[in-house]
Ligand binder design. Structure first.
Ligand SMILES: [Zn+2]
Length: 203
């Protein structure tokens, strides 16, 4: 990149890579890269290997779609979790936020997006078959819809309630403590705890 030409190529390459991350501007990318340059060679090379392992070692849980070390995620492997409740989220990145709130002990299901007809995301694009299958297995009695509180998130929740209602399922929607349009991934734990504790039945 020509804008990085005041630095040696190897430095400039790392700066432009870091700059692509959310929330990292040019100045921060430069500061971080120069800090990395001070690391001992061994530490730096181990860091590089860790980055490479992100792609090879992080898997998608075959049950719920969460990020996992192996075939199943930590939560699906944990028999002490409430096997009767599933909290449906848009993205796996929302799970740690809910976990940190400490107020939910059931399982999760990651949709991998939300309904966005204008962007071409219909029900077929979401991880719905696996969810239907989990419900059909009959152990689940409660479904908590934790999709976003913006228009698309609400539409997705309404669709899910229609689609999955019946089966004797208790379906509830998290309270709108999450600011409208805000991503659950970045909400604080207290807000998330309130949103889950004040969930209301959908039908
Ligand atoms: Zn899982």
């Amino acid at each position: 990149m020509s804008s990085s030409s005041e630095y040696p190529q190897a430095l400039a390459a790392v700066i432009s890579a870091l700059e692509r991350l959310p929330g990292i501007g040019r100045r921060t990318a430069e500061r971080l890269t120069l800090a990395l340059l001070d690391w001992p060679e061994e530490t730096l090379s181990e860091f590089g290997q860790r980055l490479a392992r992100l792609r090879t070692d992080v898997r998608t849980c075959e049950v719920c779609g969460n990020l996992a070390d192996g075939e199943r995620c930590r939560i699906c492997r944990d028999a002490s979790r409430d096997q009767a409740a599933i909290c449906v989220v848009e993205e796996a990145t929302q799970i740690p936020t809910i976990e940190r709130s400490g107020c939910y002990h059931g399982l999760y299901h990651v949709l991998g997006g939300r309904l966005e007809p204008l962007a071409g995301t219909g029900p077929e694009e979401l991880n719905l078959d696996a969810l239907r299958q989990r419900i059909a297995e009959g152990q689940v009695t409660e479904l908590i819809l934790a999709t976003g509180s913006d228009v698309e998130g609400e539409a997705t929740a309404a669709f899910l309630a229609d689609e999955l209602g019946g089966h004797g399922l208790n379906i509830s929607r998290i309270a709108s403590g999450i600011p409208v349009g805000a991503d659950l991934s970045y909400a604080d734990s207290a807000t998330v705890a309130m949103a889950i504790n004040r969930r209301r039945p959908v039908r």
